[in-house]
Design a protein around this ligand. Structure first.
Ligand code: PLP
Length: 386
């Protein structure tokens, strides 16, 4: 049980995993006894289960979400001279997969309400060098993927969905990872379907693409010791697959808890008058989206975000900034020389966003504690000003 005197962690993986311990031990014991640490039956079963879950024909395991993004670009033959459109407001891996291949990321701005990439921004960036678009379903909510696929389809540009944070999310009731040419998932422990280490998965309806993804993930080797292309070694190991199969069985419950936590935060923040007073902007839910709440992201304006984060931290309450430095401002991407006037909403989000604890086993009393502390921060500010 959570101890109310000990603050609120941003995330408590152990608390989420503890009730499943016996199931993990049984599944892992099965792997130990089988001796099939790579390409074991759990990997194949997980691939089938994720394919069914995402309503696609094929799912291919790989070593991480980062590889799940890199491999489709390799399979598409993307390289120097090619452009790939991607939001700047995302995790590094959405972009490094492009530059690693010598291609050029072209940064799109975001919609201020959802933090997701703006389809109109994408439309304006398409050139005859555009070889792919990578929309990111940030924080567990799908980008406007119907419009993005339509814009891409007009020019026959492949769409690679970065669904690392959004397994189980949907748009117009159609799952994340089933819209584009390839869907990319991460099983990093903080993700909604989090493993006990690294892991990733790619989904696709195309048998041909699935075949190329497997080829590139296996050293480009087919048959054994004959290399058709220069691939990489990217495998999901059987231990991870066994753990993930256990967690997949409980994913619907975990998502339900995240949704309940999000609804409760929004209600509590409104009841505390923080929203009406424009002190906190609560996250918007697109009416077409089934949001799975990997993150609950509030906005704190007027340059007070960092002070609030420090105030919460002093009281043992975890919060985090995803993301403090957008990709176009990263030192390693300076050479791209991006014009900041094209990134207005991205830069504002990185100054204002604050992510609160939202993990499935977060308790109601912990949420009250978080909201009370935010209220206390503003009350202290008002007192100091008086
Ligand atoms: C949006 C996004 N893309 C890609 C990744 C990369 O996933 P991984 O850490 O499994 O390589 C992550 C997570 O870390 C992510 O949040």
């Amino acid at each position: 049980m959570a101890d109310p005197s000990s603050g609120v962690p941003l995330l408590d993986v152990n608390r989420d995993n503890r009730p499943l311990r016996d199931e993990f031990v049984e599944a892992l014991t099965g792997v130990v006894d089988s001796g099939r640490f790579l390409f074991g039956p759990d990997v194949t079963s997980l691939e089938s289960e994720i394919a069914a879950y995402c309503q696609v024909e094929n799912a291919i395991g790989c070593a991480s979400g980062s590889d799940a993004l890199l491999l489709p670009l390799m399979a598409l033959g993307i390289g120097p001279g090619d452009e790939v459109i991607v939001p700047s407001f995302t995790f590094f891996a959405s972009v490094s997969c492009i530059t690693r291949l010598g291609a050029t990321p072209i940064f799109a701005d975001i919609c201020p309400d959802t933090f997701n990439v703006d389809p109109e921004s994408i439309r304006g960036l398409i050139t005859d060098r555009t070889r792919a678009i990578i929309p990111v379903h940030l924080f567990g909510q799908c980008a406007q993927i119907d419009r993005i696929c339509q814009i891409a389809g007009d020019d026959d540009i492949p769409v690679i969905e970065d669904a690392a944070q959004a397994i189980g999310a949907a748009y117009h009731s159609r799952p994340a990872g089933s819209w584009g040419d390839v869907g990319c998932f991460s099983f990093y422990p903080t993700k909604n379907l989090g493993g006990m280490g690294d892991g990733g998965m790619m989904t696709t309806t195309s048998a041909g693409m699935a075949d190329r993804l497997r080829l590139f993930a296996g050293h480009g080797m087919r048959p054994r010791y004959y290399h058709q292309v220069v691939g990489i070694n990217s495998r999901l190991d059987t231990f991870q697959a066994a753990v993930l199969r256990v967690k997949l069985r409980h994913l619907a419950d975990a998502v339900h808890n995240r949704q309940a936590n999000a609804d409760r935060y929004t209600r509590l923040l409104m009841e505390a008058n923080l929203v009406a007073a424009d002190q906190v902007v609560v996250p918007a839910v697109d009416k077409n989206a089934f949001h799975v709440w990997n993150q609950y992201s509030i906005r704190i304006g007027e340059g007070r975000r960092d002070a609030l984060k420090a105030y919460l931290s002093e009281r043992g309450i975890g919060s985090e900034i995803y993301y403090p430095v957008p990709m176009h401002q990263q030192e390693c991407f300076n050479y791209l020389g991006v014009d900041p006037s094209t990134m207005v909403e991205t830069e504002r989000a990185s100054r204002e966003i604050l992510n609160l604890p939202i993990f499935p086993s977060l308790t109601e009393s912990e949420q009250h504690q978080v909201v009370k502390a935010i209220k206390g921060f503003y009350a202290a500010g008002a007192k100091a000003a008086a």
